[in-house]
Design a protein around this ligand. Structure first.
Ligand code: UN1
Length: 483
């Protein structure tokens, strides 16, 4: 069954005027999930015009009314969790429980942001002058471009679009071209919830549509999640126009297993962090640092567990890992692993020769021990590949963990409070998990990276409003001369 793709512009579902767009099941590339012509560049400009036209009325709508629409959208999303979760697994390739979990997470994000109406609207400061108060109020940016990746096709869009809307912005959204169906589903939920025409616009298609948005003079902000290369380019272009940018980019996240850790717990969590969603998360564990004293034991147990993971159709019960998103992604991951093996890396589990279903873009979960700096240690592969190094003591382990241009997340396994606190002080990351996997993001707390993992204000929770609003500092006095 294949769904017909349409764009959502000015409150109307429209066929695209552009080139054909196909969404295929990465487990069975012959199977079409959805298809239709993509939006043209002119339609993308129409979407910006629709967002601009809708902006004053939406910004002027009380926050509580905007919140009510978001709450209705959350209910629609929740009510479709089974069906959309299955579509997500079919379109993106993560397992069915993960797909359904992601849809429910999108609903949670909408609920959290909807409640913004019940939170503070700004701040009040003392004035050094009698009879005066100093207020800090917030206004929307205006029209915001939202550009999202394939790997969380509904949750990441939710955590950009929900705060954008609640704070009074209108949105033009360009999702990754590999996951247009789930994008349509989220836009449908907002349409059904009664979002006024033009407040959210969805344009489906390739990266050139994102270029149109980023360079458009009527776009007042850009929220991007995706690859480091694209993120830096788009951020640079937005900055050149003086437009605020929020860019969530790469990660090369380390799990650090210290000698005193509960190794059973660490093992479970490292497996989840490295291999859930086939490692296609910017928060995935892609580096493992093990303290020498327990390294042989831990790695033996880890490799046995990795060899037992089931790779297959994400819609089948019992599957641990689905495919990666495209043949191109699969080939790039396998090439990096191959090159590493040809070099000095030691293959511990998986690898290019390991058995996986023949059809589909499957990569076996892979663990390699690397020695010194290498591509596997440095670059984000965005697949189920874990690079391991040993450390002689906790201090060396922390040093190795920080040996990266990225600083999104880390997972530290120890039962020693002093070492946990040293990790907290030392590790330069935006998200630190002590005794849990490196991935995950709750809707009510800030999410984002340190160093080169992110650019601009953090996402989610109340941090989101730092990006989606700008402040006005108001010196407020009565109009009558004081005696
Ligand atoms: C998670 O860890 O559950 O693109 C969320 C990504 C991140 C989101 C991770 N921006 O993978």
């Amino acid at each position: 069954m294949s769904t017909t793709l349409q764009n959502y512009i000015g409150g109307i579902w429209l066929d695209g005027d552009g080139a054909p767009l196909e969404s295929r099941n990465p487990s069975r590339p012959d199977e079409l999930v959805a298809s239709g012509p993509q939006a043209s560049e002119d339609q993308t400009r129409d979407a910006v015009a629709a967002a601009r036209a809708a902006s004053p009325a939406w910004a002027g709508t009380p926050l509580a009314e905007r919140g009510a629409i978001l709450l209705r959208a959350a209910s629609v999303i929740e009510s479709r969790a089974e069906a959309w979760g299955a579509e997500l697994a079919r379109e993106e390739g993560k397992t069915l429980p993960e797909g359904k979990g992601e849809v429910l997470r999108a609903a949670q994000v909408f609920r959290y942001q909807a409640a913004e109406a019940e939170r503070d609207a700004g701040a009040v400061f003392h004035s050094p002058r009698a009879g005066e108060q100093i207020l800090v109020t917030r206004k929307p940016l205006g029209v915001v471009a939202v550009v999202t990746p394939f790997n969380f096709p509904i949750a990441i869009p939710a955590w950009k679009i929900a705060p954008a809307l609640i704070h009074g912005n209108t949105v033009v959204w360009k999702p990754a071209s590999t996951v247009p169906l789930l994008a349509m589903r989220l836009a449908q939920a907002l349409d059904e919830a009664g979002l006024p025409a033009g407040v959210l616009n969805l344009v489906l298609g390739s990266g050139s549509l994102g270029d149109v948005l980023v360079d458009h003079p009527d776009v007042d902000g850009l929220s991007f999640t995706g690859s480091t290369g694209v993120g830096r380019t788009l951020a640079g272009r937005s900055a050149a126009r003086g437009v605020p940018v929020q860019a969530e980019m790469g990660g090369k996240n380390a799990a650090i297993v210290l000698a005193d850790a509960d190794l059973d717990l660490a093992l479970e969590q490292v497996l989840l962090g490295a291999f859930r969603s086939s490692g296609q998360k910017c928060t995935a564990t892609s580096r493992l640092i093990v303290e020498d004293a327990i390294a042989d034991d831990f790695l033996a147990r880890l490799t046995a567990r990795v060899a037992a993971l089931r790779v297959g159709d994400p819609l089948e019960a019992g599957t641990d890992l689905g495919p990666v998103i495209t043949a191109q992604a699969r080939n790039a991951i396998l090439k990096s692993v191959d090159d590493a093996i040809t070099g000095s890396a030691r293959l511990l589990a998986g690898g290019p020769e390991a058995a996986v279903p023949a059809e589909g873009h499957f990569v076996a979960p892979t663990v390699l021990e690397v020695f010194g700096d290498s591509v596997l240690w440095r670059d984000e592969l965005f697949g189920p590949v874990l690079a391991v190094r040993r450390a002689s003591d906790p201090a060396e382990a922390f040093k190795l963990a920080d040996d990266s241009e990225f600083g999104l997340s880390a997972a530290l396994f120890t039962q020693d409070l002093t070492l946990a606190l040293e990790g907290l002080e030392t590790l330069d990351v935006g998200v630190l998990h002590v005794n849990s996997e490196s991935a995950g993001a709750d809707p009510h707390v800030p999410f984002g990276g340190a160093k080169k993992s992110g650019y601009g204000p953090k996402e989610q929770g109340q941090a989101a409003r730092e990006f989606f609003t700008h402040t006005t500092t108001v010196y407020l006095r009565g109009g009558r001369a004081r005696p």
